[in-house]
Design a protein around this ligand. Structure first.
Ligand SMILES: *Cc1c(COP(=O)(O)O)cnc(C)c1O
Length: 247
């Protein structure tokens, strides 16, 4: 019934995921933890095996055939991701080891740009990995961390957010979709208001990327980050879309 309503051929989709042939506790595996880590389809597994079986080599370094092929494959992947998120240039798409790594990359980049009295705004709805780097950055630079509060409904309080913004605000961080509640945050509004005071915005797209195709140019976002292991990709790969600073 559900399958019919959703117009999804669930048996066909399950066939793409070899792990679902497993039994756990004597029962066929039904996996509900995709928001934390999605399972890996055979197509992705084949691609990884093909890489290690045929052209595994150091990218951007060697002049030999394998290195050239590995570099080409790496750059093709970068272009695919660039096109998916509609980034203007391939070099705006930085491959990292995951969302946490991407956030730390941006936070460390800002360490030398911030000074005492500067302000960073985060939402009350953040994943742990999107809070700790900013706390450390503030400790290191003397910047002040401010928090957008949340209503009981799980919606962020946008009126308070606007009142927190001022000429000292240098960075705003918010997730696109909350990992805790599934709330879709009004990131267009958050970005627009931050830019009015010339603050940069980092959007954590780890939970949004499996469901929402973000257009980073239309959003006019400065940084957009995500993890491959939540979008049926391999573990240990992430992305950091970095727009304004690359221009
Ligand atoms: C999973 C998640 C992260 C951390 O991602 P990693 O791949 O573990 O680095 C950060 N933010 C949100 C919203 C997440 O769901």
């Amino acid at each position: 019934m559900l399958e019919k309503e959703l117009m999804l051929d669930i048996q066909k989709i399950r066939k793409d995921f070899p792990i679902l042939n497993r039994e756990v506790n004597g029962k066929p595996l039904i996996y509900f933890d995709n928001a934390a880590t999605s399972q890996t389809p055979q197509q992705v597994i084949d691609c990884i095996v093909d890489y290690y079986s045929r052209y595994n080599a150091n990218i951007h370094r060697g002049v030999h055939t394998l290195s050239q092929e590995a570099t080409d494959a790496y750059e093709e992947a970068r272009i695919k991701i660039q096109q998916h998120f509609n980034a203007a240039k391939p070099y705006e798409m930085i491959l990292t080891s995951g969302t946490t790594d991407s956030i730390n990359l941006v936070a460390n980049g800002f360490a030398s740009l911030l000074k005492e009295g500067d302000e960073i705004i985060v939402s009350a709805l953040e994943h742990h990995s999107n809070i700790v780097p900013w706390q450390m950055l503030c400790e290191h630079t003397g910047a002040v961390l401010k928090v957008i509060p949340m209503f009981e409904s799980g919606q962020l309080d946008m009126e308070t957010y606007v009142s927190l913004l001022n000429e000292n605000t240098k960075l705003v961080f918010c997730n696109h979709v909350s990992n805790a509640l599934g709330v879709i945050n009004p990131i267009e509004f958050i970005i627009e208001k931050a830019h009015e005071v010339n603050a940069a915005v980092l959007i954590d797209g780890a939970q949004a990327s499996p469901h929402i195709k973000a257009d980073v140019q239309a959003l006019d976002v400065d940084f957009y980050v995500a993890s491959a292991h939540k979008i049926c990709g391999p573990t240990g790969v992430g992305l950091c879309m970095e727009r304004k600073l690359a221009q």
